[in-house]
Design a protein around this ligand. Structure first.
Ligand code: CA
Length: 238
């Protein structure tokens, strides 16, 4: 299988909206502006897709079937894998906007319906920029491995680990969601930046190199292989 890498690298926005015309409007405008989209029509599906698709941002309607937008937001914040996921809440004018303004919800920003496509896209870009800036001077640590996003320095159990740029990006993707199994396609989406078509087995090659570098000093293997599917980083792999 091949994946269009350039296409896949576009940020993925999860749209959570139960009203089809509103959902379609959001999808149309986001895709026209270069985003990929996924759509959930209720709160339960939103949580499921946030976990499966690992979106870069969520646009979350307040009034939803099954679980309210507020409850979805709270649950996303409680999970370590989505605690920092950028969320923009949508609300009807004059209804609950005061509470959203108070940021009770844990959302990063909010938009009052009806909004213009221009306003929507400006907010989406602003929230993504803030989130990138907040992440860029971060260190991510898990299982004795620590990576510095700004300097690309990788340390495992106090030893420096030297990784190629692709292996670094792969490790970063895996470390951002410990325990989560990424499919090869998802890893291609997130770790490759060139405008070429790659086969999914390319991922296997780079995972092998990443393993060799990380395990050089005889440390236990942190990368879990899920045969025929993909990979996770996990200290409880066995
Ligand atoms: Ca709604």
């Amino acid at each position: 299988m091949t994946v269009g890498v350039n296409e896949a690298l576009k940020p993925l926005v999860l749209i959570v909206e139960d009203e089809p015309p509103q959902a379609e409007l959001l999808r149309y405008n986001l895709e026209r502006d270069g985003f990929r989209t996924a759509l959930a029509g209720d709160g339960e599906e939103a949580l499921l897709l946030a976990d499966e698709e690992a979106p870069d941002l969520v646009i979350l309607d307040w009034m939803l079937p099954l679980l309210s937008g507020i409850e979805v937001c709270r649950r996303l914040r409680r999970k370590s894998s989505s605690a920092k996921l950028p969320i923009i809440m949508l609300t009807a004018r004059g209804v609950e906007s005061d509470r959203i303004r108070g940021l009770d919800s844990g959302a990063d920003d909010y938009l009052v319906k009806p909004f213009s496509p221009k306003e929507l896209l400006a907010r989406v870009r602003a929230v993504l920029r803030r989130s990138d800036a907040a992440n860029s001077d971060d260190t991510i640590e898990y299982g004795g491995v620590s990576i510095d996003i700004g300097t690309h320095k990788v340390i495992r159990d106090s030893e420096n680990v030297h990784l190629g740029p692709t292996e670094f990006r792969l490790l970063r993707v895996l470390l951002e969601r410990p325990g989560h199994v990424f499919s090869r396609e998802q890893l291609l989406d997130r770790a490759w930046g060139r405008d070429i078509y790659l086969e999914t087995r390319t991922v296997d090659v780079h995972i092998r190199r990443l393993r060799q570098s990380l395990n050089k000093h005889g440390a236990p293997d942190l990368i879990r292989t899920v045969r025929g599917f993909g990979y996770a980083i996990d200290t409880d792999k066995d």
